[in-house]
Design a protein around this ligand. Structure first.
Ligand code: PLP
Length: 362
């Protein structure tokens, strides 16, 4: 069976090899005579899978010793609240950079917990770009500076990160974690829902510098306190065992492929194919993002008018392309090309775009 040309924004395509391996172990994991879903989360077999996933992520992202990796639930959206609950003290401020709907949502939740300040925003240019680093003036005594490293809806991505020194940099990396090399030591906290680059939905990864976890925040509900999860190796309550298993397979796949260096190389090739189709179209396709802020994960574009756009989307659907409609809040078209989307699928889409333009204009 041919795999679908899946450009969904999340949940998104998973590596075929991961699905095949899961299938081969589906009824009998590690010779237990059980499916991974039937194991106790306190069993040796599951704990081995769980610890292997943590270890492999640390290796792939070169996570320093003074950081913990937590596996949580509630999606990236719950982190919008957990971050201020754990990091924003009553007498301090949290600074936010707005680069799209997800950073707006993160800010809205933080406002419910404490005092916030917007230190830069590209809302006035319809989130077509990432602010210049020199335009971000954050408080030197801020509890943290929050950014969204890749804006899934608008298709923009940070290329360089602010060097915040004493202020912990907090990044929502839901849609570009593990897609390129980053220096984790520049961040206080990184979080990501897994359902784009890491695996299936149902698990959220938090990478947090150990000194940011306080063991004296007794007023926070137990499940929302990072310390609870740190102290129990993310096994305080029943974790999403199937999602963690699949995450561990995705991480193995990434490692076997050649790690982040290889993944980054592949992602650049994929994105360049699609941006080239846009840039060489004499304006038929218009990229939403300014070229210096383009995302290598979500390629967003429009066509000359809504009618042509609808025809493009319909013909693309008929040709087997999945998930090319832009987010319902902004319209247009979007191709999400996360790690597991094969280069050949991007080539097919680039060819389709070129052919559609040709047939349309003839
Ligand atoms: N942050 C970003 C950048 C996202 O793209 C998304 C979802 O697409 C979220 C947060 C919300 O994630 P979740 O659905 O895991 O809560």
């Amino acid at each position: 069976m041919k795999r679908a040309l899946n450009f969904n924004a999340g949940p998104a395509a998973l590596p075929e090899d991961v699905l095949k391996r899961a299938q081969s172990e589906w009824l009998n994991i590690d010779n237990t005579g059980m499916s991974v879903m039937e194991l106790s989360h306190r069993s040796d077999t599951f704990e081995t899978i769980h610890n292997h996933a943590i270890q492999t992520l640390k290796e792939l992202m070169d996570i320093p010793e003074n950081y913990d990796v937590l596996f949580l639930q509630g999606g990236a959206s719950l982190q919008f609240s957990m971050i201020p609950m754990n990091l924003l003290k009553a007498d301090s401020l949290a600074d936010y950079v707005l680069t799209g709907s997800w950073s707006e949502k993160a800010l809205q939740e933080a406002k419910k917990i404490g005092t916030t300040r917007v230190v830069a925003s590209t809302k006035d240019v319809n989130y077509t770009s990432i602010p210049k680093l020199s335009d971000i003036v954050y408080n030197q005594d801020a509890a943290y500076l929050h950014i969204t490293s890749n804006n899934t809806i608008y298709g923009t991505q940070w290329n360089v990160f602010p060097d915040t020194k004493n202020v912990p940099l907090v990044a929502d990396m839901s849609s570009d974690i593990l897609s390129k090399k980053i220096d984790v030591s520049k961040f206080g906290l990184i979080y990501a829902g897994a359902q784009k680059n890491l695996g299936p939905s149902g698990i959220t990864v938090v990478i947090i510098r150990k000194d940011l976890i306080s063991d004296s925040l007794d007023e926070i509900p137990t499940m929302l306190n990072y310390h609870t999860h740190q102290a129990s190796n993310s096994l305080y309550n029943t974790p999403p065992t199937l999602a963690i298993y699949l995450l561990s397979l995705v991480l193995d796949w990434a490692k076997d492929l050649g790690g982040i260096t290889k993944i980054e190389e592949n992602n650049a090739k994929k994105a360049e194919l699609l941006y080239h189709a846009i840039d060489s179209s004499d304006g038929f396709y218009q990229g939403h993002a300014k070229p210096d802020s383009r995302s290598y994960m979500n390629v967003t574009f429009t066509l000359p008018n809504k009618e042509i756009e609808q025809e493009f989307l319909q013909k693309a659907k008929d040709a087997g392309f999945i998930g090319l409609n832009g987010h319902r809040s902004v319209g247009g078209c979007r191709a999400s090309i996360y790690n597991a989307v094969p280069l050949e699928h991007c080539q097919e889409l680039a060819d389709f775009m070129k052919n559609f333009k040709k047939t349309y204009q003839n």
